[in-house]
Write a protein that binds this ligand. Structure first.
Ligand SMILES: Cc1cc2nc3c(=O)[nH]c(=O)nc-3n(C[C@H](O)[C@H](O)[C@H](O)COP(=O)(O)O)c2cc1C
Length: 202
């Protein structure tokens, strides 16, 4: 037996809760931006996040509704995706508080920042990874806006590298699940892909 759901009968809010409970786990882009006048540094988690293209390198996140992050990205055409690491769990959640526009989460929550190399928006100093992005494009979809950003610079804490490669156990990324659930890193398994030339033939 399977249970059927349709967006029409369930309604928008309930279907949203269903989608976020089944599209899991989602990586969290901790997006930092600056207001157009450069006075307020904004920071907010976005779990509708992924890689959109590899050449050019483009990442994407979705703003559900119009929020400070989206307004700042539209005004400044840049942003930084900071990795959301487990040690900063509580602070990350606090940056999802609906502070008024003039109140930046870096200051309100007390999160240390550092300058970025290629964009004006600051990075989160304690995050092991920052992807500095220039706005590629936006796409309005219903109540949401897909934001695509070309990664023009990436920085990784050397403490998070093993043999020159970012190591998952050192990055300790958080994931978003359904409801108010968060995922921590589980068991990691390594399994190389099987090339077709090695596919067993009878
Ligand atoms: C883990 C987590 C993930 C979130 N993901 C998203 C998301 O993908 N898109 C979105 O619009 N809001 C998301 N939110 C809610 C925003 O972070 C929240 O609305 C925040 O206040 C927006 O801040 P801003 O107005 O400063 O941009 C998420 C919240 C949490 C806690």
């Amino acid at each position: 037996m399977r249970v059927d759901y349709s967006p029409d009968s369930l309604g928008t809010a309930a279907f949203y809760r269903l989608l976020t409970a089944v599209v899991v786990p989602r990586p969290i882009a901790w997006v930092s931006t600056l207001t157009a006048d450069g006075t307020t540094a904004n920071l907010a988690p976005h779990s509708f996040f992924s890689v959109a293209s590899t050449d050019p390198p483009v990442v994407q996140f979705t703003s559900v509704g119009r929020k400070d992050t989206l307004r700042n990205v539209e005004a400044t055409r840049e942003f930084v995706v900071n990795l959301a690491p487990e040690p900063l769990f509580e602070q990350i959640n606090l940056t999802a508080t609906d502070f008024p526009s003039g109140e930046g989460e870096f200051d309100a929550v007390g999160i240390a920042r550092e300058p970025s190399l290629k964009v004006k928006a600051p990075r989160v100093a304690a995050s092991p990874v920052a992807l500095e992005c220039r706005l590629h494009s936006t796409l309005g979809i219903g109540n949401s806006t897909l934001v695509l950003g070309e990664v023009i610079h990436a920085v990784v804490d050397e403490e998070a590298l093993v043999d020159g490669h970012p190591d998952i156990h050192r990055l300790r990324p958080l994931a978003r699940l359904g409801r108010n659930e968060w995922g921590l890193l589980g068991e990691i398994r390594d399994l190389p892909r099987v090339p077709y030339r090695d596919w067993p033939r009878s």
